[in-house]
Structures are given as structure tokens and as C-alpha cells.
Write a protein that binds this ligand. Structure first.
Ligand code: SAM
Length: 213
């Protein structure tokens, strides 16, 4: 993600605490109170500018969504989309996914989306990959039994690495496509990166995995 310096981003985010929750620790174990219902919660880690999470929340009013993004200068674009759409089933968090267990209780999340996560191709950066074992451990702590990860990327090497990482962790592969846009998968919602890289002719890889019971 190319970062433009937007010194006003933090201020804008702070002005919309109803959309970008400023104190997510306080909702650990009680997100359904915030949403006002018992619908399942799906999160996206690395939401970026928010196209995917906004469109999927619009399409599924009976699922609650939380988009997590580290950089205020990027998240502010997702916030703009949420302001424009006023979706009661979508909230945003400006936090680091490595702290996930500070914000969510055991079994509070049903599904995690990882879309075009940074591949960190250098071996010495392996631990930063969002499909590295330590992240899979974190996800397991907040997911329900048999909770799912849905993962998309255009980076073949990162996809291959992630399949091995999932497999070594004992996750069950329930869907895989090595060319999503030329597959029979229905209802795909494109992310910003997906639009950009598929327009350049890159293939999109996608899989779904679930934790064993
Ligand atoms: N998902 C979007 C898409 O497909 O268009 C954005 C993809 S971008 C390559 C990856 C995003 O993940 C960046 O915006 C980055 O800031 C965010 N990110 C990376 N590591 C993160 C972490 N540990 N916690 C939260 N966000 C993270």
C-alpha cells in the first residue's frame, strides 16, 4: 500500500468514533452489544481503503463486519465509504492485527478475510506475513470452532507459502482456485488491489480453510 502522508487522517478518524471504534478493548466479548444483535461477526485484516468490506457488508445485512487497518492514512478512505453508506453492520478499527486477542474474546469471530495481505517476500520477514504460524495461532484464539479464513492474493509465491503454512498448522482446505476470475466461483467481491492487479493481467488465487473441530 503506497502511503500518502495525510496528517489530518487521525483527526478525521477521531471525529467518527461511532464508525472507527476508538477503544476496541472495551468491547472484547461484547461486540454483539455494540451491533445490537447476535449476528455472526466476520473481520477483514488489512482492510485498506475498504471497498471489499463495505460491499460485502451491504450485501449481507445479517452479518456484522469489522475492518481492521493499521494505517490511518489508508483507513480514512474506508471511513469515507462507511460515512457515505451508513451501514449499521460495519465498524472499523485502526489497530494492529498482532493485538487481535486484546479486542476479541475466544470464539467471538466466525470468519476472517485476508485480502491481498502484504507478501513480505524476504525470508527474514516471514514472521510478518499474516499467514505465518503465530498469526494462525492468534486467529484460532478468537475464532469459533471450525472458524474459517478466506484468503485471496495475486502473489503466487505467497499463496504457495500460505497453503503450506495452513496445512502444517492442521487447517482443512475447503476451497481453492488458482485462477479465481476464470473459475465458476460466484459472488466474488473485488478489492482495490484485486482490481488493480487483475487489470494488469495477474491471476488471482483464492482459498478457504477452516480450523479442525
Ligand atoms: N485488502 C486491501 C486490498 O485488497 O485492496 C489492501 C491490501 S494492502 C496490500 C494490505 C493492507 O494490510 C495495508 O493497508 C496494510 O496497512 C494492512 N496491514 C498489514 N499488516 C497489518 C496488520 N498487522 N494489522 C492491520 N493491518 C495491516
Amino acid at each position: 500500500m503506497r502511503l500518502r502522508n495525510k496528517p489530518w487522517a487521525k483527526e478525521k478518524i477521531a471525529a467518527y468514533p461511532q464508525y472507527v471504534i476508538p477503544n476496541p478493548e472495551e468491547y472484547k466479548g461484547r461486540w454483539n452489544e455494540l451491533f445490537g444483535n447476535d449476528h455472526p461477526i466476520h473481520i477483514e485484516i488489512g482492510t485498506g481503503k475498504g471497498k471489499f468490506i463495505t460491499e460485502i457488508a451491504k450485501a449481507n445485512p445479517n452479518i456484522n463486519y469489522i475492518g481492521i487497518e493499521l494505517y490511518p492514512s489508508v483507513l480514512v478512505s474506508a471511513l469515507d465509504k462507511l460515512i457515505a453508506n451508513e451501514l449499521p453492520n460495519l465498524r472499523l478499527l485502526n489497530v494492529n492485527a498482532k493485538d487481535l486477542t486484546n479486542f476479541f474474546a475466544e470464539g467471538e469471530i466466525e470468519r476472517i478475510y485476508l485480502n491481498f495481505s502484504d507478501p513480505w517476500p524476504k525470508k527474514r520477514h516471514e514472521k510478518r506475513r499474516l499467514t505465518y504460524r503465530s498469526f494462525l495461532e492468534l486467529y484460532e484464539k478468537v475464532l469459533v470452532d471450525e472458524g474459517e479464513i478466506h484468503f485471496k492474493t495475486d502473489n503466487q509465491g505467497f499463496f504457495e507459502y500460505s497453503l503450506v503454512s495452513f496445512s502444517q498448522y492442521g487447517l482443512v482446505l475447503t476451497y481453492v482456485s488458482l485462477d479465481l476470475h476464470n473459475s465458476d466461483f460466484e459472488g466474488n467481491i473485488m478489492t482495490e488491489y484485486e482490481e488493480k492487479f487483475s487489470a494488469k493481467g495477474n491471476r488471482i488465487y483464492r482459498c478457504e480453510v477452516k480450523y479442525p473441530p
